[in-house]
Design a protein around this ligand. Sequence first.
Ligand code: AGP
Length: 611
Amino acid sequence: MCGIVGYVGDKESAPILVSGLKRLEYRGYDSAGLAVLHRNQLNVVRATGKLRNLENRVVAEPPKGTIGIGHTRWATHGRPSDENAHPHTYEGVAVVHNGIIENHLELKATLKGRGHAFSSETDSEVFAHLISEELKRGLELPKAVRAAITHVKGTYALAVVAENDPEHIVCTKDASPMVLGLSEGQNFVASDVPALLEHTRDVIFLEEGDLAVLSAAKAEVFDRQGRPVNRPIRRIDWTPMMAEKGGHKHFMHKEIHEQPRAIADTLRGRVLRTQGDVHLEGFNLEPEVVKGLTKVTMLACGTSWHSGLAGKLMIESLARLPVEVELASEFRYRDPIVEKSHLAIAISQSGETADTLAALKEAKARGARTMAVCNVIGSAMTREADFTVLTNAGPEIGVASTKAFTTQLVALYMLAVKLGRMRGTLSLEAAQKHLTYLTEVPKMVEDVLRCEPEVKKVARAYLGARDFLFLGRGPMHSVALEGALKLKEISYIHAEGYAGGEMKHGPIALIDETLPVVVIAPKEPKVAYEKILGNIEEVRARGGKVIAIIDEGDQHVPGLADAVIRIPSAPALLAPVVATIPLQLLAYHVADMRGNDVDQPRNLAKSVTVE
Ligand code: AGP
């Protein structure tokens, strides 16, 4: 999730671009850059690390020019470095890109075959080469950009300047956000509204396939077919901070609602349904190594440990490989048994959690193959592991993990399919079925988000409780743990997650009319559903309040529960992705109604980089 800005007008563009990029820092940054056009000459400044590194370079030697584009990078392909920072240039063309080019490897090979030399590891640089070729064919910049994107499969918000067209910025989008800012004598483009508000509140949200041509005097928009269109000009009355949250009250709420897109981005370019396989860039385990694996050891903390518990069931079911899910903080100190035939998987949103990183190093030192499931390219774990599967969820600002959890589950499911195919435990047809399930998940998550009004009612009814108990069985055990963690860490209400079968071994003593019990009871797997009904009866018999998370079609549980939240039916192993959403919303609304600092809860840090 990168940040793009562009300016054309009568002022020096460099300071305007830097200021706009600062407003987009929440979109993630591991490097940044800008390209300014002055008298048909491009001047590019890029810097790795914090945005102030770029700012220092620009202040030291301000590039002159009243037209330019800028970019903060949240890397998906290619480590954070000056060479991989945007803008990317080629033969007088400069581009900034937010999105993922799925067919970048094929395009690069074709272009190299035509003599192109690449200077970065990124997918985005391909745009500069493709546009340069179209310009050489005599097309004007807008048509050259339109022609270039016809070769691209993937998502983009793209802004382009070129030395042979010193008056215009051309920008276009498909699936990644892009908005124009309009003002007298100057025009702007950005990934998001916050970058525009200090200059204008009149904006145009581009639609899929739109292409805009900006000059100081005007902004023209054309649809995917190249026809001029009049997109509505909207007046934005948000404060800049409200704008960074996209109008949401908290980043956590925004990130809960980003999950359909985040999951789609995790899947993007990786699901090979026809081949019944998964493409995981960087996956470097040879088939005979995978066949020889005797165990997977998952290493994680907190929410990431919960996704490991769900991932265990996926890998054991599809790849028939034993999986142990270890608390990283325990693993590293117990002289663990590790063999060369083991695969250690570090699961981490930040890639910097001290306990998980140390556990990964311990497993590696003892001979295990290693991989990371991580959201931050270039983080310590991605550098330590033999290879990384990125979750591509975009920056997660809220301390309470939400989209990181669900995208980890999707990544682990893809891994389970891949390992199953390589080990011969998953047939082509079965793999195709599982991959079809996967592609349906973003829509299911979109559907389940509609339960929010019901969840708010439940939050209001129970926000005064002293304790909560969460119960789940099978794949829902990890969801019960995750729901309890979400609630306790932002509402400060004590909450416990338990396997339903364990209730009679102790927690049942807690049950009385003051205790809300959240029971996650989807109909699959059937045996778990039948057993969790028993738990519901046990709770009711002792006066406990039952809040049931159930499938849309369930007619049986509503008569047994004090409140029900309905979710779409999902295949058992993927159901945790869907069932967790109402629990994220429950925790959020209880905490918000209690007046807590939802994004920065007391005593917590986003990444626990100390022991
Ligand atoms: C979850 O909401 C918490 N923020 C915390 O448990 C977190 O999952 C844990 O600290 C692990 O962080 P990581 O995924 O960045 O390694």
